[in-house]
Design a protein around this ligand. Structure first.
Ligand code: ISL
Length: 566
């Protein structure tokens, strides 16, 4: 079998605030997750990645942490976490925690102490800088450099007491830690060891490729029509990034056994970088989350500027990653997480073809080489949300963008809302749809964000026992990865590479091979059977329609996906 257990594993992401609410306060919690462990077991996943449950002011739904070792009372107690861990382990499921150490909350005692005085022993734990030369603190344009925050506005916040600014790449309540300071690194490694000693099985590392900043923090390029300089080239894959990640690996994971999983979230990471980050010989991380395939539909103006893309764009990009990490390193595979709009609405068809397109997209993703991630509700084919007005959104990135675009830049509100409906992170954050009960079975109270109105139709209760459901299809895909060494570790070759509707590929290992054929369009598709002659006498292994042909015929119905094995 595979040499690493995670090569044949599937990870399920739980966003606790939106998963299940056990106490009726409208916010998901740990006991809610405990109540739904059967769902995860039925799906057959191997690992749960739990988004942050630590003490937090919740400016960014827990990605702003004020105590890394405490459970936020909103989510439960430390005992609840132990019970969750035991319940998962009893079912053979591992628990991977979210590690958010590019920044802390501004309410973390480290930052409170750092901000207390320029002479504080922790002053240098964060990025404090005086006003730009010749400017008075607070004056327009006095920020130490021109960087914009990823959540709109400048990336610097003035502390009036000292007259200095601190850096925050995200919200002003998320000051960036200074990883140049060895004390900061030690404190983080200590905390990581503490969690592993407590029995968790690894970490998903938030924007971990941002921890080494370009010394000098140079100004960024201002894009046309933009208000701020782009920080990204000066913070991503910075000069010491490999050193820091290797040191972290040495200090935390190297002395332990092979049961752990580490995945680095890395916006802007390239294939060449990813090979270095994930080469096992280098001892950094097991795999990374890359963003190229989910950024393809972003125009020059960024995530709110939609650019239509086709099947060719998508499959060329995914194939390039398959090929790039074929010899060294490892891919993670995902369509969705708590930051992305729902895949069935984005690359599928959330109307007439919702079920079949959700299954087709699941099929092409899960049978590539890499470790697949399923985001809560994806296994039900949950779709984007028809948000009515700005008051329906909750996400800080979304609300800040709206305020900047409409109030500051004078863009028409209705136009901005169109972009938010399409791309807002809140599309992923509405309650998990458990049943057709009021509140979608998520809560008996008032949910913190309204459920998608399609819940009476799209929900777990309707799907779990139904062999034709999206859930059943995801379960079959997960099961196939567990059983098939070709799926886990076989080679990848794109088939019909120039086809504009069909995403097809072969996986090969020794004499065994597998053909995945998927029409990712709402029109019938034809193709040259000669190109797949090798599978004429193969067996259909899995399909998303009841009447899949016994061998490749040269045509596929809209959104039809079939897998042949020989
Ligand atoms: O892509 C981005 C920056 O290049 C951001 O849009 C996005 O926030 C990025 O994916 C980082 O996400 C992670 O860190 C954020 C948090 O809000 C997200 O929820 C998290 O997944 C800050 O902690």
């Amino acid at each position: 079998m595979s040499d690493k257990w995670w090569q044949s594993a599937v990870v399920y992401q739980v966003y606790p605030r939106s998963f299940a609410d056990s106490d009726g306060d409208g916010i998901g919690d740990l006991r809610g997750i405990i109540e739904h462990l059967d769902h995860l077991e039925a799906l057959g996943v191997d690992v749960v990645w739990l988004s942050p449950i630590y003490a937090s002011p919740h400016d960014d739904n827990g990605y702003d942490i004020s105590d890394y070792r405490a459970i936020d009372p909103l989510f439960g107690t430390s005992g609840d976490l132990d019970e969750l861990l035991a319940g998962l382990h009893a079912r053979g499921i591992k628990l991977v925690m979210d590690l958010v150490v590019n920044h802390t909350s501004d309410e973390h005692p480290w930052f409170v102490e750092s901000a207390s005085s320029p002479d504080s022993p922790k002053r240098d734990w964060y990025w404090w800088r005086p006003a730009r030369d010749g400017r008075q603190p607070g004056e327009e344009g006095a920020e130490p450099n021109n960087w914009g925050s990823f959540f709109s506005g400048p990336a610097w916040q003035l502390d009036p007491a000292s007259g200095e600014y601190y850096l925050h790449l995200f919200s002003r309540k998320q000051p960036d830690l200074n990883w140049e300071n060895p004390e900061v690194r030690e404190a983080v490694y200590d905390m990581m060891n503490w969690w592993l000693d407590r029995g968790v099985d690894g970490f998903r590392m938030d924007v971990i490729n941002f921890i080494s900043k370009q010394p000098g923090l140079p100004d960024g390029e201002v894009p046309p029509g933009g208000l701020y300089g782009n920080a990204h080239p000066h913070i991503a894959q910075g000069p010491r990034i490999h050193e820091f990640l290797h040191e972290m690996h040495e200090r935390v994971l190297a002395g332990r056994d092979d049961r752990y999983l580490t995945v680095g979230e890395m916006p802007g990471v390239t294939i060449d970088d990813a090979v270095l980050f994930t080469d096992p010989e280098r001892g950094e991380v097991d795999m990374v989350f890359q963003f190229e395939h989910v950024d393809l539909d972003h125009g020059p103006g960024g995530k709110w500027d939609h650019r239509p893309i086709g099947v060719l764009d998508l499959k060329r990009n995914l194939a390039a990653w398959q090929e790039g990490l074929a010899e060294r390193g490892w891919n993670s595979l995902y369509w969705n997480n708590h930051d992305q709009p729902r895949v069935v609405s984005r690359f599928g068809d959330d109307g007439e073809h919702r079920v079949v397109s959700a299954k087709a997209l699941g099929t092409v993703l899960h049978l590539m080489r890499g470790t697949p991630y399923v985001y809560q509700g994806e296994e039900l084919g949950m779709a984007n949300v028809p948000f009515d007005a700005i008051g329906d959104f909750r996400d800080i990135e979304t609300l800040n963008h709206y305020a900047q675009a409409v109030e500051l830049q004078g863009q028409p509100a209705e136009e901005v809302l169109v972009a938010l409906r399409r791309t807002s992170r809140d599309n992923a954050r509405t309650p998990m749809q458990w049943s057709d009960a009021p509140g979608a079975g998520f809560t008996t109270g008032e949910p913190w964000i309204a459920p998608n109105p399609d819940y009476p139709e799209v929900n777990a209760a309707a799907q779990v026992g139904d062999p034709d459901s999206v859930f059943a299809h995801y379960r079959a895909l997960i099961d196939l990865r567990h059983r098939s060494e070709v799926v886990a570790t076989g080679d990848f070759t794109l088939v019909l590479p120039e086809h504009e509707q069909i995403f097809a590929y072969a996986r090969r290992l020794g004499d065994a091979s597998l053909l995945v054929l998927a029409n990712l369009s709402g029109e019938p598709a034809t193709y040259d059977v000669e190109a797949v002659a090798e599978w004429q006498d193969a067996e259909p292994l899995l399909a998303n329609t009841p009447d899949a042909a016994p061998s490749p015929t040269g045509s596929l119905a809209p959104w039809e996906a079939v897998v042949y094995a020989r």
